[in-house]
Design a protein around this ligand. Sequence first.
Ligand code: MN3
Length: 205
Amino acid sequence: MSFKLSELPYAYNALEPFIDEKTMRIHHTAHHQTYVNNLNAALAKHPENEGRELDDILSNLDKLPADIQAPVRNNGGGHYNHDFFWKVLAPAGSTKISPKLEEALVKNFGSVDAFKEAFEKAALGRFGSGWAWLVKKADGSLKVNSTPNQDNYLMCADCTSDTPLLGLDVWEHAYYLKYQNKRGEYAKAFWNVVNWDKVAELGGY
Ligand code: MN3
């Protein structure tokens, strides 16, 4: 078994000018590819894990042999999160918030703008590297949260039943070439390239 890097569902320059081509190319072919390579290298040390789904592996990290728990957490999380991230991005103007999704955002956050504000706050508030998320809880409510490094909802004791609808990579490698230290500007620009159709589909709206 080995995990593979999937092709992006759009061209590297498709998210310009909000996320630039050079960043997308390096992010996908270098950063994401390295997570895949390192994940495969770690799992190869314990071939009894061959054929397991990544969801299953990441949901049961503590059952892996101790010597590969950290590399699988970091690189498996990296592979999983980036696969998710590419799917919730789309060229600017190609999708919009559906009435049902809008209704859910208004119900849970007060307004779409209040949701965006809460999400940007989570993105900015994450010290160091990590992710901001919009998740649907088991009770149907929507929440914004953030995780450090390449962690995600599969690894978090109180959020394993969460369904992620949207994620934003706030590692510097995701924005530094274009935005330098201005993570807030990157988080605001992100709204232009969200794949709202995918968000609605993931949430069942
Ligand atoms: Mn990244």
